[in-house]
Design a binder for this molecule. Structure first.
Ligand SMILES: [Zn+2]
Length: 127
């Protein structure tokens, strides 16, 4: 999960595509992944919980990713499902429980990325 997030942040579309499970990978193109990664500036990833594989072999990670798009801040919360293929955990699909525009904090308020710093000392300069 973290490595996929890092790949989005560094626009490593190859890696993102490779870490899709076989089934959903068929519906993805490098170009689409790359376009999406380029449009966004990723601010932070907070992992809420992760679950060990269940009886069907699925593992789950619930996270919130925060990003800037068109000078606005968004947060997306998703519960992702992973499956192991050839010894590697790959992204199968996810349920997005919220995806919303976030009010830009004031300079002295806590940053939206989850760093615990003040906004002015953290992601303000990325806007
Ligand atoms: Zn921040």
């Amino acid at each position: 999960m973290r490595s996929r997030y890092s790949a989005y942040a560094t626009q490593n579309a190859d890696y993102i595509l490779q870490t899709y499970a076989q089934q959903p990978r068929k519906q993805q193109t490098l170009e689409e992944i790359s376009d999406w990664a380029k449009q966004c500036q990723w601010l932070g990833l907070q992992i809420h919980q992760s679950q060990m594989p269940d009886a069907n072999g699925f593992a789950y990670v619930e996270f919130t990713a925060t990003y800037i798009q068109d000078k606005q801040i968004f947060a997306m919360r998703e519960n992702s499902r992973f499956i192991q293929e050839q010894g590697l955990w790959r992204y199968l699909d996810g349920d997005i429980s919220s995806h919303q525009l976030i009010k830009t904090p004031k300079r002295n308020q806590a940053c939206v990325c989850g760093s615990g710093k003040k906004f002015k000392q953290c992601c303000l300069n990325k806007l």
